[in-house]
Design a protein around this ligand. Structure first.
Ligand code: IMP
Ligand code: MG
Length: 174
């Protein structure tokens, strides 16, 4: 794994620029609302930290944890709640933030879950979107980059529990 060559797909600067633009859009859309950013751990911690600093309306922030791919590149197709929403979100305008929407199973599940908790509105935001892999009918309301069907790493996304700290998005050269 350590000897694999990296192929940079999205640079630090590109990520920074897109997040700034997205933060401005979200700030406008959520003016006068009760924004609650719900960040899905662990993949979205870096994206969330950068995004919320570009949001200019009052924002509550909470984290929840769902089961992930573990060390495999393929989804198990089931979502397990490991750590639930830590606040009463009744009446809040919840923005779910994740690193990537792949099959869409995770985002779909969390969206349903949050709606049942009495949120006033629920929207989805992801850094990346891999539409070719979708198996359920969901699309992020806000997204920074659409990417082809590649397994990507960095900027919060992991492979075998590593690489989340790499500040750009890359894939491994074969
Ligand atoms: P979904 O439920 O299939 O949409 O998958 C969502 C989760 O799978 C994401 O939050 C990621 O943690 C993980 N995932 C999906 N694609 C990738 C990838 O290309 N690299 C790293 N993790 C991924
Ligand atoms: Mg994830």
């Amino acid at each position: 794994m350590e000897n694999k060559m990296k192929n940079i797909l999205i640079s630090e600067q590109e990520i920074k620029d897109k997040i700034k633009t997205l933060g401005a859009v979200i700030s406008k859309d959520y003016e006068g609302k009760k924004l609650y950013v719900l960040s899905l751990l662990r993949g979205s911690f870096i994206f969330t930290a950068d995004l919320v600093r570009c949001i200019e309306v009052p924002t509550k922030i909470g984290f929840m944890t769902t089961s992930s791919y573990g060390n495999n590149e393929d989804s198990t197709g089931t979502v397990k709640l490991l750590y639930d929403v830590p606040d009463n979100i009744e009446g809040y305008d919840v923005l779910i933030v994740d690193d990537i929407v792949d099959t869409g199973i995770t985002m779909n599940f969390i969206k349903d879950h949050v709606e049942k908790l009495g949120a006033n509105s629920v929207k989805c935001c992801s850094l990346l979107d891999k539409p070719d892999r979708r198996t359920v009918d969901i699309a992020p309301d806000y997204c920074c980059f659409q990417i082809p069907d590649l397994f990507v790493v960095g900027y919060g996304l992991n492979y075998g529990d590593y690489y989340r700290n790499i500040p750009y998005i890359f894939n491994f050269k074969e």
